[in-house]
Design a protein around this ligand. Structure first.
Ligand code: PEP
Ligand code: MG
Length: 755
């Protein structure tokens, strides 16, 4: 490239820098900008169109077209050349604009005499905010350098739009697109509703210093930044680092490939030679990547563009001083928005300030969603493109009950949601008043209500809800949020803390339920076709006895002087309980031989979540010291409907008679054998389902803490004998199978139950 030809763009950027520093109004600044661009590019026309919320690209400033058209004329997205550029987020370079099929004639602008046309999108974070155009009378082709220069100047205008400087100049009664309310749909990861303000988990680096003072210095900075970035990627690969985000080797390899990509580096250098600072050059090239990413349909390529975007972000962070980065502060009502996030990263936030989490990726079985659920934090996943659609501080509503997110909601939407949240809070206050009341039905049957937990911050819920204990403690959560396998001592300390917080309330520890889809980043995952039916839970425990025995050892020691309850997950055959018991007994012998203080007594129970146990009930009740029904898995295996697949997870009603009959069979067997029985699936926390469970004979249920209040309120109002007498005949072979859910709803209504 010939240096001399670059004086143009560089000179233009210098002029623009002066204009940006002048103490003048936004309209005047924009007018000056277009005048400078036109002069510099020897164009007769230069115009800026800015996208409004109603999808119209309004003419905001022009040099060359009729001035009276400013703020009066506009084109819809897809309409005319300007509309096509906005729609496709791609430049258009035309020698003869009028012959283009999309050319639209706007008489008010007087543009008919201009033949050649060069237009570029005004982009920010991959999002189109407007279009910048130059036009000439003569038939001419704009060279690549001119297109580059125009794209670079478009960044300056993008910055003006993003800072809100142009807000209010548009035609009365309309709004700029940056402030447009948007509703998007995704996948619910953790139920609930949260209102708040956006905080980007990975704050966008704000490049304030766009225009280079000295190109050589900037080239050196860029080169240094790239060198450091390459070193850090090589370093990560050498260390085999697997960050908690689940960055696989494949991603790191992609990083390395891009970091050494000549085309990418050349583009960055060109942008600097055109007069941008090193960081502005990265942002400029990244903007194109993001625009391509949004258009890309092929999931593999899209993922690679994401990787390139991540890499550019790393480079940007290396180039921008810490002080210039957006401050990582939280609002009192923060809704985190991220492409993805690890569970430990979520827990690093001040949890009191979080109202919700929204992820571009994120599946229902991801660790972060398990933690969000444990925190009772409304969360949504699979909201494509959200990171580029929001700015820090945007008002936002997460409705994880319906799967919707409302960005910059209109006042009526916000009012409706605020009302909903207020109502919930009022109901919660009512439930809190019930916390010290025992859960006894109107006709005198006592029901034991317990909570499911997995992390220390779950434990205060015992006190808050008045629950009788922890019916299911998912020990795998500690393993999931740790960066490496927790050692014996760490496990023991963790369980001690849990038991201490529980006081004299019982805690049922479930041994590690990992493997399958609950992958631990530091254990080699073996790819499986059907992970939920794979090498997981007790299967892994029996095949890797060291892991299982370490956990038992930690539990025995942590419960020194107390009763210990341990429960085995995913038992499919009674023999597995016997094998596990042998391992437990070996641990007890080991402790005694070494004079370790351990639990006074240990009760070993089994989860009933694999249908095969339904046909070994009698034996099960003699081998297990207690049984807990895991309906989340039992239901998925009975109906052969993957609980994590939204296409089928809601296909069958949990209140269908065949499932209820199975649950009844279990309750009858436990009663006959005098074996303590609990049920700890999600259904325990839903009032209609809980009504059915009580009628089937369950007297102890364990649920997420938010369920305790509504369930206790229902129990206190329930005439259980009456419900039982009405429900059970419906499950008899000759009974009217009808719709059990509708029956329960009617029963509740007729008997004054608020469910
Ligand atoms: C269940 O399967 O019902 C259960 C309670 O366990 P988890 O949800 O952890 O699989
Ligand atoms: Mg389970």
């Amino acid at each position: 490239m010939i240096r001399g030809s670059l004086a143009g763009p560089r000179l233009l950027l210098r002029r623009l820098r002066e204009v940006m520093a002048e103490p003048i109004g936004a309209q005047e600044r924009l007018d000056k900008i277009v005048a400078h661009i036109a002069a510099n590019m020897v164009a007769e026309v230069c115009s800026v169109y800015i996208l409004r919320a109603d999808d119209v690209l309004e003419l905001f400033a022009t040099e060359g077209l009729k001035p009276e058209a400013v703020h009066q004329t506009g084109l819809r997205i897809g309409e005319g050349l300007v509309g096509v550029i906005a729609d496709e987020a791609r430049p258009l370079n035309l020698r003869d604009a009028q012959s283009h099929p999309s050319f639209a004639y706007l008489p008010e602008t007087g543009e008919e005499e201009y033949h050649s046309f060069l237009g570029v999108p005004i982009l920010r974070a991959g999002r189109t905010l407007g279009v910048l155009v130059v036009q000439n009378r003569a038939h001419r082709t704009y060279i690549d350098e001119e297109m580059e220069a125009l794209q670079t100047t478009a960044m300056v205008i993008a910055e003006m739009i993003a800072t809100g400087e142009l807000q209010g100049l548009q035609t009365q009664g309309s709004e700029l697109d940056m402030k447009r309310p948007l509703a998007l749909h995704g996948l619910s990861l953790s139920e609930g509703i949260g209102l708040g303000h956006v905080v980007l988990h990975e704050p966008r680096v704000v490049v304030r210093n766009l225009i280079a003072e000295d190109v050589e210095t900037e080239l050196e900075r860029l080169e240094k930044g790239i060198r450091e970035m390459r070193m850090s990627v090589d370093d990560m690969l050498a260390r085999g680092e697997v960050a908690h985000m689940g960055e696989h080797r494949e991603v790191l390899e992609a990083y390395r490939m891009f970091a050494h990509d000549r085309g990418w580096v050349a583009k960055l250098e060109d942008a600097v030679r055109n007069g941008l600072t090193a960081e502005a050059a990265v942002e400029r090239v990244q903007s194109d990547t993001r625009a391509r990413m949004l258009r890309q349909r092929d999931p593999y390529l899209r993922e690679r563009l994401h990787d390139l975007d991540d890499l550019a972000n790393r480079l940007l962070r290396l180039l921008v001083d810490r002080d210039d980065k957006e401050q990582g502060g939280l609002y009192r009502d923060t809704v985190l928005v991220a492409r993805n996030m690890g569970p430990a990263e979520l827990l690093d936030y001040d949890l009191d300030r979080l109202r919700g989490v929204i992820l571009e990726d994120g599946g229902p079985t991801s660790h972060v969603s398990i933690v969000a659920k444990a925190l009772g934090l409304p969360s949504l996943g699979q909201i494509k493109g959200i990171v580029s659609l929001v700015e820090t501080g945007d008002p936002i509503i997460v409705d994880a009950d319906s799967g919707e997110v409302h960005i910059r909601p209109q006042s009526d939407v916000e009012a409706a949601y605020s009302e909903k949240v207020r109502l919930r809070a009022r109901r919660q206050a009512q439930y809190r008043r019930l916390k010290n009341k025992p859960a006894i039905t109107r006709d005198g049957t006592e029901i034991t209500l317990m909570i499911n937990a997995g992390l220390p911050f779950d434990m205060p819920h015992l006190e808050e809800t008045g629950a009788r204990g922890v019916g299911l403690f998912r020990t795998e959560l500690q393993f999931m949020i740790s960066a490496s396998l927790p050692r014996l001592r760490e496990q023991q300390a963790f369980y001690e803390r849990i038991l201490e917080e529980a006081g004299d309330r019982p805690v049922v520890f479930r041994t590690l339920d990992v493997g399958g889809d609950k992958v631990l980043p530091y254990l080699d995952a073996i790819p499986e076709e059907n992970p939920s039916m794979g090498w997981r839970a007790i299967r892994l425990g029996l095949d890797r006895p060291a892991l299982f025995r370490t956990q038992i050892r930690a539990l025995l020691r942590a419960a020194a002087g107390r009763d210990l309850r341990v429960m085995l997950p995913m038992v499919a055959d009674v023999s597995e309980i016997r094998l596990a018991r042998e391992l437990v007994e070996r641990e007890i012998r080991f402790a005694r031989n070494h004079n370790h203080k351990i639990a006074e007594s240990i009760r070993l129970g089994a989860m009933l979540e694999v249908p095969s146990l339904l046909f070994q009930l009698e034996e099960l009740m003699t081998v297990a010291q207690f049984v807990s029904v895991g309906t989340n898995d039992l239901f998925q295996f009975m109906m052969a409907a993957d609980r994590g697949n939204p296409r089928v997870s809601g296909r069958f009603d949990t209140l269908n008679p065949s499932f209820l009959r199975a649950l009844k069979k279990i309750a009858d067997a436990a009663k006959q054998a005098h074996i303590p029985l609990t049920l700890c699936g999600e259904i325990a926390g839903r009032p209609p389902e809980a009504m059915a469970l009580l009628a089937l004979g369950y007297r102890s249920i364990s649920m997420s803490p938010a369920g305790i209040g509504p369930i206790k309120a229902m129990v206190l109002q329930l005439d259980l004998a009456r419900l039982t007498a009405r429900l059970l005949p419906r499950l008899e072979p000759a009974g009217r199978e009808a719709d059990i859910r509708a029956f329960l709803q009617d029963f509740a209504e007729d008997n004054g139950l608020s469910i």
